[in-house]
Design a protein around this ligand. Structure first.
Ligand code: URA
Length: 192
């Protein structure tokens, strides 16, 4: 049965992933803008909220630059559990979700989008871009501009951005990223 509320959707995801510690979306149901990241990390699992800890700091910088307010948004991730790997030093660290994990999470994310019913999806990095659009597109080729997409017969605007963490690993992207955020602000002020 199709969930008719976010709560029902979360119960459905819990039944599908009984062994995982899950982090669901957070924010304003009915928000006009939905921000979609990749997957929770350690801090998110501890606090059961997306984009807290270091990622939350990166997100706060993004919000500051864009003029958006977290309380006006709905913030979620493609993957609701933390994908991990064991490093050579025998410590647990984050890894990006695999294609299979993204494909498995995709129907739940699409349900979440339908239930929140935003007008604009802001994706951060390739994982959410692949989950809402297509695996053949890459963030390098479409960042910083709005696209109209269809998800199960509903139309949404999509605004792909680099993931804020990628700017830390690749500082050369910072200027492009700031320019993309400024394009987003202009687009939001004009269209929402
Ligand atoms: N934390 C999240 O909740 N999502 C990300 O994509 C990265 C860190």
């Amino acid at each position: 049965m199709r969930p008719v509320s976010l709560e029902q959707l979360y119960q459905k995801i819990k039944r599908a992933c009984p062994k995982q510690e899950l982090v669901f979306g957070d924010g304003k149901p009915g928000a006009e803008i939905m921000l979609i990241g990749e997957a929770p990390g350690k801090d998110e699992v501890a606090q059961k909220k997306p984009f807290v800890g270091r990622a939350g700091k990166n997100l706060a910088e993004f919000l500051e630059a864009s003029g958006l307010k977290r309380e006006d948004l709905y913030v979620t991730n493609v993957c609701k559990f933390r994908p991990t790997k064991i490093s050579a030093k025998n410590t647990v660290s984050n890894r990006p979700p695999t294609k299979e994990e993204i494909l498995a999470a995709r129907p739940f994310l699409h349900e979440e989008i339908r239930l929140v019913s935003p007008r604009l999806l802001v994706t951060l990095g390739n994982t959410p871009l692949h989950a809402v659009w297509d695996f053949s597109v890459n963030i390098g080729g479409c960042h910083g501009a709005a696209e109209k997409i269809m998800l199960e017969k509903n139309g949404y605007w999509l605004f792909p951005l680099y993931h804020p963490a990628s700017i830390i690993y690749n500082p050369a992207l910072k200027e492009t990223y700031m320019c993309d955020i400024s394009n987003l602000t202009v687009w939001v002020n004009k269209n929402l």
